[in-house]
Design a protein around this ligand. Structure first.
Ligand SMILES: NC(=O)c1ccc[n+]([C@@H]2O[C@H](COP(=O)([O-])OP(=O)(O)OC[C@H]3O[C@@H](n4cnc5c(N)ncnc54)[C@H](OP(=O)(O)O)[C@@H]3O)[C@@H](O)[C@H]2O)c1
Length: 334
């Protein structure tokens, strides 16, 4: 009889193409306060890859099913008000422990969000992690005003493109740093106010400082965000204005930021970390409900929509890592 995988699993951290395997793993029945979700789709995000490699902020519990984000239908509940309320509904599943790359997952009812019927399955599966990060970073953490500049690295990422569209929509200006010329036209067409090609591994930091000053003026920038780190993120520190803030929220280069304390001290500039999970945990229920409504509107009008580059089945996931593509890959369970 043909084997139908129920989940993707890894037994030890490592390169995804090497350690992921198909499995017949099924979760145990939901306990009180938990719900069981029949998954329909889940994206492969950078955080999933880091989790599988063992380099993410949380450690896998082995053997582990990956997948932090996704969508599906609540099929049963272990009891409790939310569980009963959500049964039968399509939800976004924000699985803090991982486990969404499966036909079925069991999570606390507090980790699912009922979604508007107007959202496509693709947008439902990618509803929260990047859209919420783009919105929260710009509107709640940095509180960027209309006309202000925001400088971002890895600007051609899914998240970077959302931030460019959000800038267009809300009236802040974006200076977008990419490491390859091939992204320049796309980001300009998308509405990026300036695009600078800079790769900290190959180019002197002073070239970035000069390029940023040419666009925003010699005083530097008040708002910057960096998911790259290493020489590229470090070069950005030299462009902070007096009182300027750099938010670090990713480690794509896998290298640390390096800087002299004097660069911050003399300008009273600062570097802060951001992690969406921690930010959301500290917010009230009314804040979260309002955020979900705002994101729904902005995903539906395209501002915070995710472009899906490729769709794969659960059985194709290990080979998908062996043949990476630029852009988001979506796993479809059905
Ligand atoms: N802290 C949080 O709560 C949080 C939440 C959401 C996302 N994030 C982070 O945000 C980042 C972007 O996520 P995403 O889903 O939008 O990513 P993505 O779509 O997969 O895009 C990755 C982009 O990063 C660029 N890149 C990779 N390594 C680089 C390097 N060493 N130097 C310069 N550019 C590099 C790639 O550039 P090329 O096209 O040139 O290859 C690509 O455009 C990730 O680091 C993710 O972990 C953090």
């Amino acid at each position: 009889m043909e084997f139908t995988p129920q989940a993707i699993l890894f037994d030890q951290p490592g390169p995804p193409a090497d350690v992921l395997r198909l499995s017949d793993h099924r979760p145990t029945a939901p306990r009180p306060g938990q719900v069981s979700v029949r998954m329909t789709a889940s994206p492969i995000n950078p955080s999933d890859e880091m989790f599988i490699r063992g380099t993410y902020g949380t450690r896998p519990v082995l053997p582990q099913v990956p997948g932090f984000e996704g969508t599906g239908y609540v099929v049963s509940s272990g009891g409790g008000f939310r569980g009963r309320l959500f049964t039968g509904k399509r939800v976004a599943v924000l699985n803090a422990g991982g486990g969404n790359w499966a036909h079925e997952t069991v999570v606390p009812a507090s980790q699912v969000i009922p979604l508007s019927k107007q959202l496509s399955d693709e947008q439902a599966a990618t509803f929260f992690v990047n859209p919420a990060t783009a919105y929260v970073l710009t509107q709640h953490v940095l509180k960027i005003s209309r006309g202000d500049w925001l400088v971002q690295t890895a600007a051609a990422s899914c998240l970077g493109k959302m931030i460019i569209r959000l800038g267009q929509r809300l009236g802040f200006r974006t200076l977008n740093i990419v490491r390859s010329e091939r992204h320049t036209d796309t980001l300009r067409k998308l509405g990026g106010d300036a695009v600078v090609v800079f790769d900290g591994d190959k180019t002197a930091p002073s070239e970035l400082t000069t390029a940023i000053a040419a666009e925003v003026g010699g005083d530097g920038v008040r708002h910057a965000i960096d998911p790259v780190g290493g020489p590229t993120g470090s070069a950005l520190i030299g462009s902070l204005a007096p009182g300027g803030r750099l938010i670090t929220f990713g480690t794509l280069s896998d290298q640390p930021l390096q800087f002299s304390g004097r660069e911050l001290m003399t300008r009273q500039a600062s570097i802060e970390g951001f992690w969406l999970g921690h930010f959301m945990a500290s917010r009230s229920l009314p804040f979260k409900l309002k955020l979900i409504r705002q994101i729904t509107r902005l995903v539906l009008d395209g501002t915070l929509a995710t472009n899906i580059a490729r769709t794969v089945s659960l059985a194709e996931v290990p080979t998908a890592f062996a043949e990476p593509v630029a852009g988001r890959t979506l796993i479809r369970m059905t």
